[in-house]
Design a protein around this ligand. Structure first.
Ligand SMILES: CC(C)(COP(=O)(O)OP(=O)(O)OC[C@H]1O[C@@H](n2cnc3c(N)ncnc32)[C@H](O)[C@@H]1OP(=O)(O)O)[C@@H](O)C(=O)NCCC(=O)NCCS
Length: 127
């Protein structure tokens, strides 16, 4: 699966994410399917610094974008993270020029957390 050429700066390759998850078992990788069709990938992790959940990756293959899969996948992964009742916040970060991702996260209820880490804007969802 691939994002569009102009989106490659917004997300690591899935190969990199899988390698990262192998090295860091606190990262959970999930394939995103529509019926039998593989449409995307996401990875969330328990961050070792703040001990909170972060959605580190979300990508929908370029040919499946703008069909609602990104939003549906985010809603499902959030429900999954919420199963751990010991936590009350989910973090996500994105490049400031990634307006598409920003709009998606805001629709779901994420708000700016005020931090910028490694050039990425940090958003949080408290529940
Ligand atoms: C960002 C991404 C995950 C969104 O997934 P998607 O399945 O394409 O998005 P959806 O169809 O669920 O749309 C969700 C919202 O995104 C926005 N959106 C959708 N298509 C868009 C487009 N062509 N241009 C700009 N915004 C768009 C809209 O706000 C939309 O909500 P709406 O349909 O209620 O108006 C996907 O585009 C992607 O993989 N991008 C490249 C990788 C990336 O940037 N990942 C995030 C890293 S932080």
């Amino acid at each position: 699966m691939k994002v569009a050429d102009e989106q490659t700066k917004f997300v690591a390759t899935n190969m990199f994410s899988l390698a990262q998850a192998k090295a860091f078992p606190e990262c959970e990788c999930l394939a995103i399917y529509h019926d039998d069709e593989l449409v995307g990938f996401t990875m969330y992790c328990m961050d070792h610094e703040d001990q909170e959940y972060w959605i580190y990756r979300l990508m929908i293959d370029a040919k499946y974008q703008s069909k609602g899969y990104g939003k549906a996948a985010m809603e499902l992964v959030i429900e999954k993270i919420k199963e751990d009742r010991q936590h009350r916040v989910i973090y996500i970060s994105f490049e400031p020029e990634n307006i598409w991702a920003q709009q998606l996260y805001e629709q779901i209820g994420f708000i700016a957390d005020g931090r910028v880490i490694d050039g990425e804007v940090v958003y949080k969802l408290e529940y």
